[in-house]
Write a protein that binds this ligand. Structure first.
Ligand code: UD1
Ligand code: CA
Length: 458
């Protein structure tokens, strides 16, 4: 039998009241990425970027954060509950014509693609399947009620649960991830009511309705898998973030990345590190950063969207963003590399140097106390301590070009737009406003005058 077609839907419209934050809950970040990104990542192997998302509270903010997914956003105008969210999206997902729909709470960011596969394997076998867990503290979750034959009878929300009516709770609760057969569930949707303690339409009421209609319902039991826990409060968010941090760092170590002092290292989920790279804690690496085998990243370094080639060394206390660090390049200690920086093979940037939108050619050096912005520095050029590219006139930015092999003396101001030619030399303390020719020399500072010093003799 061919696998039935499956659509995916994320419920992300809720207010997230329990987070005590104006920000939509799904935009709260874990390891630098919004919760919703983590859910998209888990869906990606199976659904690519085809997942639908129900948005409502702060919809425009969610859209701004995920413009690439917005074509498949469905608006839930009023947030009347998870069942109402499904109703709001039902027509849209069904026009896609899939036989099944995977529905997942947007506040379940630790879920893995492998865990989802366990549920998706139920496609073709039942009308409704959902994932259940048995956490240490089942407090706020929907309780799974089973009959005397251990068959699922209903999910009853914690607020609505009564031992008299539903029997003693077993500890098995609903993880908020469902697989729904469209043809079976469609007719049930209109029967969802809101006669409960929250006055909301619950997606979980579908279970009881399906059982009453003689449909097949399967609860896929996943034990105490913490990766299936929903996040409702700041404390749960921070706890989940710590768990994910540990999981990612340990996975890198197991693959051969040498991470010293690992409990102080944070690595985002999108970071790619080759076995044989070496990282010293404390260190934070976020975004789409890549670290090659043989690269060494020193302690107290903060990195976002940067790439590190084999053999490069980042010494301690650096801040690096949007930068390519080439093979055998050396950075820091105490360097700040801003977006658009490229360090070619063997280039060096030393302490208290800030670099922005600048390419340093092979073996070029800026070793101390310098600002290079909107500049091209040729291979082997040497930038003396205290050199500043004056790239901004208050309105516009201009480029500085420094030729290969040029030598810029200490404490030089290069007033852009300006070019210093190949193998040219600029004397220390110069303010350069005119181009310097290839192999030329320039000095632009007041001449020293020695005057006599009359010291009073007593
Ligand atoms: C839900 C389940 C509960 C389960 C738990 C698992 C219901 C009624 N209860 O409870 O059985 O144990 O998840 O974590 O579903 N949302 C909307 N529109 C709305 C309301 C919510 O899109 O009108 C979204 C939220 O953004 C969130 C998700 O649905 O991502 C779940 O909502 P939430 O309020 O967190 O449900 P729980 O109370 O955790
Ligand atoms: Ca929740």
């Amino acid at each position: 039998m061919p696998t039935p077609t499956i659509a995916a839907l994320i419920l992300a419209a809720g207010k997230g009241t329990r987070m005590h934050s104006a920000k939509p809950k799904v935009l709260q970040t874990m390891l630098g990425e919004p919760m919703l990104r983590h859910v998209y990542n888990a869906l990606a192997p199976r659904f690519g970027s085809e997942a639908f998302t129900v948005v409502g509270h702060g919809a425009e903010l969610v859209e701004r954060a995920f413009p690439e997914m917005a074509a498949r956003f469905v608006i839930q105008g009023e947030q009347l509950g998870t069942g109402h969210a499904l109703q709001a999206a039902w027509e849209t997902i069904n026009t896609a014509g899939a036989a099944y729909c995977l529905v997942i709470n947007g506040d379940t960011p630790l879920v893995s693609a492998e865990a989802l596969d366990r549920l998706l394997a139920q496609a073709g076998c039942c009308d409704i399947a959902f994932m259940s867990i048995t956490p240490r503290d089942p407090a706020g979750f929907g309780r799974v009620v089973r009959d005397e034959n251990r068959r699922v009878a209903a999910i009853v929300e914690a607020k609505d649960y009564s031992v008299a009516e539903h029997g003693p709770a077993t500890g098995e609760v609903n993880a908020g991830i469902y697989l729904l057969r469209a043809a079976s569930v469609g007719p049930l949707l209109g029967r969802l009511g809101n006669d409960n303690r929250s006055g909301e339409y619950y997606i979980t009421d579908l279970i009881g309705l399906a059982v009453a209609d003689g449909l097949t319902v399967e609860g896929v039991q996943c034990g105490d898998d913490v990766s299936l826990m929903g996040i409702n409060s700041p404390r749960e968010l921070i706890r989940a973030e710590s768990a994910l941090r540990r999981r990612i760092v340990e996975a890198h170590i197991d693959r051969g990345v040498l991470i010293h002092n690992p409990e102080t290292v944070i690595i985002g989920p999108g970071v790619v590190i080759e076995p044989g790279a070496e990282i010293f804690g404390h260190c934070e690496i976020y975004g789409a950063s890549t670290v090659a085998a043989g690269a060494r990243l020193g302690s107290y370094t903060h990195i976002t969207n940067a790439s590190f080639a084999p053999g490069c060394v980042v010494r301690e206390f650096c801040h690096i963003e949007g930068t390519e660090v080439g093979p055998d390049a050396v950075v820091g200690p105490y360097a700040r590399l801003r977006p658009g920086t490229v360090l070619r093979t063997g280039a060096r940037v030393g302490n208290f140097v800030e670099v922005k939108k600048t390419v340093l050619g092979e073996g070029a050096k800026a070793s101390h106390l310098t600002y290079l912005g909107d500049a091209e520095v040729g291979a082997g050029a040497n930038i003396g301590a205290g050199t500043i590219t004056c790239n901004y006139d208050g309105k516009n930015k201009f480029t500085t070009v420094i030729g290969p092999g040029a030598f810029i003396g200490s404490n030089t101001a290069l007033v852009a737009p300006v070019t210093v030619g190949r193998d040219a030399l600029v004397g220390a303390g110069s303010t350069i406003t005119k181009d310097v020719p290839d192999e030329g020399g320039a000095i632009a500072r007041a001449k020293q005058t020695n005057i006599s010093r009359r010291l009073k003799k007593s």
